[in-house]
Write a protein that binds this ligand. Structure first.
Ligand code: CA2
Length: 144
């Protein structure tokens, strides 16, 4: 089984500011945790981060016929991007939306998620562990 883990804008800055919301661990720590979990569960993982909407759309499109599931944290594009929603709909690869923080308890503008309607489920508010939970969800539901 192969999963894509796709991260949106500013997630490469994790650990640098706002530790009260996003924790004190870095983006490198997050990637290492994801790779270790993939090895433990005996699956392949491809981790990607971009600050650019079109690059995120290109990466989602590249999942078509190539991977079995997508874990995506679109970050701020969660709340703005019809293009990312359309890309997930177009590839029809099972997708889980994740957020490190509990977006449901934050500002009004974070209550909108364009991508949510195209996702199997949303996991939010459990720190970096949301990525592990999302990987396990996809492996347990769609893995061999
Ligand atoms: O909680 C999440 O995972 C978010 O997707 C993170 C986004 C935010 O726009 C979403 O509403 C919720 C922000 C990404 C990281 O932003 C940073 C800000 C300051 C310092 C480091 C990262």
């Amino acid at each position: 089984m192969k999963l894509f883990v796709i991260n949106g804008p500013n997630l490469n800055m994790l650990g640098i500011r706002e530790p009260g919301i996003y924790g004190s661990e870095s983006y490198k720590d997050l990637c290492e945790m994801i790779k270790k979990h993939a090895a433990d569960r005996n699956i392949e993982v491809d981790i990607f981060q971009s600050n650019h909407e079109g690059d995120l759309v290109d990466k989602i499109q590249s999942a078509y016929g190539v991977c079995d599931g997508i874990v995506i944290n679109p970050a701020a594009y969660t709340h703005t991007s019809v293009a990312i929603l359309d890309a997930v709909k177009a590839v029809a690869v099972p997708t889980v939306e994740v957020h490190i923080s509990d977006v449901s308890k934050r500002e009004d503008f974070r209550q909108i998620s364009y991508i949510r309607s195209a996702c199997d489920t949303t996991i939010a508010g459990h720190g970096f562990n949301v990525y592990i939970e999302a990987m396990d969800y996809l492996i347990d539901k769609y893995g061999e």
